[in-house]
Design a protein around this ligand. Structure first.
Ligand code: ZN
Ligand code: ZN
Length: 709
């Protein structure tokens, strides 16, 4: 088990956030988070105030091929409408997830978006019906509260309120938890669950900030204001226009109107329309997913066995062709931003009559007609003929049912979630700035403590980098786990990392517990050695001390095992060595090879061959060699000889230090220091120390003792 709590964070511990859209703006939401080499993209929207390529998030600013997972929070166009573009027209290769209802609605919604966005304006559509169809097949669905894992990234969807199918995501990468709210609401609603507080505390919260420090008037008051305004408009013979996004909040408004009409018989002759090309399909989806809605509406469904989305007083209208515009009526019509379509056409038609009323119930995005008209202009431009203006006399009211949290709700939620880092997204720059200041002053007493809350409000394409170090904990599995270790006992095994999960295993358990197969590499090398078997053995004994002779004296073949690792067969003038490859045995094999290659040219060999003293006890030769060397070699050359022998033994792991008095042997992360004048070895690893000392002893014994020894 290894914990790294005391180390300081390195570059791999850097969490990074970047908004490609939705940074200090509302629209084209797209955020990218990455940590430990894993990348998650959150949402892929378009900006409702723009069209064509200009409506996209800044996809060119990021290498989308690095994204592992893309999570879509909900079906609204500012969160989902550029998804087919990402999947079909960029180098994005990741997997895409959304909830079931989101996927069901997304299909119809984007089909309509393709038509609308391709129908007018000067820019080409972002993608075709075919793109939409092809990408749709590859979208995977998630259930609320079910945790998914994709290449080490874990994520769980939670209810976000807001619209049917909307999800908040808890994303976990290597122990770091990031919670993304998407658009969310905390208010009790007629059909939706309100947003859930996640059961675990994330390190980072990415929160929407649409309403900033704004505070909503209570829901009941808003409903009363809405129904009163509609009622009085009808009484004076006027028409009510409620521009809405086709799906989501529209259904909530319809539930309010249906209920009001049911309790006001005097209104029942007045028609309420729901006008959208998608009206029929959308209502079908809503009827299908009643089980995903809140307890209230599910109970109503169960008790009355009629679907709450089968309306008595509301008529669906696909287009204005079938609409008889005769007298008072209520029109809930898409699109919500009044940029084009049915709602815009009716606005222009009804604007000159002061008896009529326009009621804005959604959030109006900067740069759209829905936002401009809130300034109460006296005239508005015609959609079909921009040079013509239309007088505006109809009344304009804003009563929000947008299902975004207000300041009180957002701030209480941020408290409850308890993250120490809060990144604000999905808010206009000034609104977001105010929210940031309000939150900072709220948390001012925590400044400098470990409870401090940091707030970020990044602009698009400006990266937020936060250092995060997560403790690494390895699970001991298999035979290693059979006996719990005593306090302070070292547990040794193979550390296997898969998708950030660490396991410590015995090598024999690798296959069973990790699926990793182990293989043994046997290496073999043959060299030509003209010297006879006795000389070969003699030289090996000089180098390695006692060697194990496996063959009989009568055998023609000499078989020797060296340091229990390298097997040598010498026959005729061929020496073949064989060993099982690893760092240690490779080094020994290298040394054996070095000895074999030098046997024929060694002066000792020449001397022994000429004297014909082969087979004599090696000890006598030691003395002979020492005697010869004693007279001629200087200290320097003795060090050189010992050094050469160590080099032969340890290969590239051996390095003579610059001043020539010491040397270093590095094997993996172990290091041994050799001091030549003292003939000592310093090494924290007892095993390596012993090995080096053994070689040093033998090396020193075959060259002359150094001065003073
Ligand atoms: Zn939304
Ligand atoms: Zn949104």
């Amino acid at each position: 088990m290894s914990k790294r709590e005391n180390e300081s964070p390195g570059p791999e511990d850097q969490f990074s956030f970047v908004a490609l859209g939705g940074g200090s703006e509302v629209g084209r939401s797209c955020h990218i988070i990455s940590y430990k080499g894993k990348t998650v993209m959150l949402d892929a929207g378009v900006h409702p105030a723009h069209s064509g390529m200009a409506s996209l998030p800044f996809y060119d600013e990021y290498d989308l091929s690095t994204v592992d997972v893309l999570l879509i929070s909900h079906f609204h166009l500012d969160h989902a409408a550029s998804l087919p573009y990402v999947m079909q027209h960029t180098n994005f290769r990741g997997r895409v997830f959304m909830t079931h209802p989101t996927k069901a609605i997304y299909r119809w919604l984007l089909g309509d978006f393709v038509k609308v966005s391709g129908g007018g304006g000067d820019s080409a559509p972002l993608y075709t019906d075919e793109d939409l169809f092809d990408s749709f097949e590859r979208i995977e669905t998630v259930d609320y509260h079910a945790t998914m894992e994709v290449s080490g990234i874990r994520f769980t969807a939670y209810h976000a309120g807001h619209v049917l199918g909307a999800a908040m995501y808890m994303v976990e990468i290597a122990g770091l938890k990031v919670f993304f709210t998407g658009d969310y609401s905390r208010e009790a609603d007629r059909h939706l669950n309100s947003a859930e507080i996640p059961p675990i505390r994330p390190d980072i919260l990415i929160s929407e900030s649409t309403y900033g420090t704004g505070v909503h008037e209570p829901r009941t008051e808003r409903e009363t204001r809405l129904t009163k305004l509609i009622h009085s408009t009808i009484e004076k013979g006027g028409r009510c226009l409620l521009p809405v996004f086709a799906l989501g909040r529209a259904q909530e408004l319809l539930l309010i109107l249906e209920e009001y009409w049911a309790t006001h018989p005097e209104l029942q002759t007045v028609k309420v329309y729901y006008a959208s090309a998608l009206a029929r399909k959308c209502m079908a989806v809503f009827r299908t997913y009643v089980n995903m809605m809140n307890d209230d509406i599910r109970r109503r469904f169960r008790d009355s066995s009629t679907n709450p989305f089968e309306f008595r007083y509301i008529r669906q209208l696909r287009s204005l062709d079938k609409f008889d515009d005769l007298g008072p009526c209520v029109m809930v019509a898409a699109p919500g931003m009044l940029q084009n379509g049915v709602s815009r056409e009716l606005l222009e038609r009804w604007a000159p009559d002061s008896r009529n009323a326009l009621i804005i119930t959604g959030y109006s995005v900067e740069g759209t007609m829905a936002k401009k008209i809130l300034t109460q202009p006296t005239e508005i431009p015609s959609m079909t003929n921009p040079d013509t203006t239309i007088p505006r006399r109809l009344s304009i009211a804003e009563i929000s049912f947008a299902a975004h949290v207000d300041f009180n709700e957002n701030s209480a939620f941020i408290d409850a979630v308890g993250a120490r880092h809060v990144i604000l997204v999905h808010g206009e720059a000034t609104t977001m700035g105010r929210l940031k200041s309000a939150l900072l002053s709220k948390y001012t007493s925590r400044k400098g403590t470990d409870q401090e809350v940091k707030i970020y409000n990044p602009k698009n394409c400006v990266e937020v980098e936060l250092p995060f170090k997560t403790a690494k904990v390895a699970r001991v599995t298999g035979v290693l786990a059979d006996k719990p270790p005593n306090e302070g006992q070292l547990v040794t095994g193979v550390l296997v990392e898969k998708d950030f999960h660490l396991s410590l295993l015995h090598v024999n358990d690798l296959r069973e517990y990790s699926g990793i197969t182990t293989s043994v590499v046997t290496e073999k090398q043959t060299v030509t050695v003209d010297a006879g078997p006795d000389l070969v053995r003699y030289h090996l004994e000089q180098m390695f001390g006692e060697v194990e002779v496996l063959s009989d004296e009568t055998d023609e073949i000499l078989v020797i095992m060296i340091m229990n690792a390298v097997r040598l067969e010498h026959s005729g003038n061929k020496s073949t060595i064989e060993w099982i490859g690893n760092v240690m045995t490779d080094a020994i094999a290298d040394s054996v090879l070095a000895v074999l290659l030098s046997v024929d040219s060694s002066p000792a060999s020449v001397k022994m061959s000429s004297k014909g003293t082969c087979g004599c006890h090696s000890h006598e030769h030691d003395e002979g060699l020492n005697g010869e060397a004693n007279g001629h070699a200087k200290e320097r050359s003795r060090i050189d000889e010992i050094s050469a022998l160590l080099k032969a033994q340890f290969g590239d792991c051996y390095n003579l230090d610059a001043e020539g008095q010491t040397a270093t042997i590095k094997i993996e992360n172990m290091e041994a220091k050799v001091n030549f004048s003292e003939l000592t070895v310093e090494c924290p690893s007892a095993a390596l120390k012993k090995r080096v000392e053994a070689v040093l002893d033998r090396s020193a014994s075959i060259v002359a003792p150094l001065t003073g020894h």
